[in-house]
Design a protein around this ligand. Structure first.
Ligand SMILES: [Mn+2]
Length: 157
């Protein structure tokens, strides 16, 4: 069982990057996502097969995909979702159609603004995550529901 870690109370960047790890990086391997404190305990970090949007490290060989310092000086220069997506593109995974999702996730994570982001907050992934957070408290449940939604949403991209 591969273990992916990200932060508790996940935002869209944490959710999409963890989902990319599950469905496209580990695909045939069974994997689970653990939601941990943003200050990741050392032993959890060491034993994770992949870390997204936590850990402050960017190292593709170890599947560490965080965009916060010291990994990147400016955390807004990229996001965890974009980092793992670019890595997957590089190894030939079938993820190029996910570019619009990666773009709005990045814009939302870095407080940019665009018509696509506004639309996402109306009826796209941002809206769905906000809705799920009013319905559920538990990170794991919110994540699982969001994964179902993402799988069907990205079928039409
Ligand atoms: Mn992020």
């Amino acid at each position: 069982m591969k273990r992916i870690i990200t932060h508790a109370n996940p935002d869209l960047d944490a959710i999409v990057s963890a989902w990319l790890a599950q469905d496209f990086l580990f695909q045939k391997d069974r994997s689970e996502v653990l939601f941990v404190s943003r200050k990741v305990p050392e032993n959890l970090m060491r034993h994770a097969d992949c870390a997204v949007d936590v850990g402050n490290a960017y190292c593709t060989e170890n599947y560490r995909f965080d965009h916060k310092p010291p990994a990147f000086q400016d955390r807004n220069s990229t996001c965890a979702t974009r980092l793992i997506w670019e890595y997957l593109l590089g190894i030939g995974a079938a993820v190029s159609h996910l570019k619009p999702l990666v773009e709005i996730t990045y814009q939302g994570d870095t407080h940019r603004n665009s018509p696509a982001l506004k639309q996402s907050r109306i009826n796209g992934p941002h809206a769905e995550l906000t809705r799920l957070k009013t319905e559920y408290r538990d990170s794991k449940t919110i994540y699982q529901q969001m994964v179902f939604w993402l799988r069907s949403y990205t079928r039409d991209l």
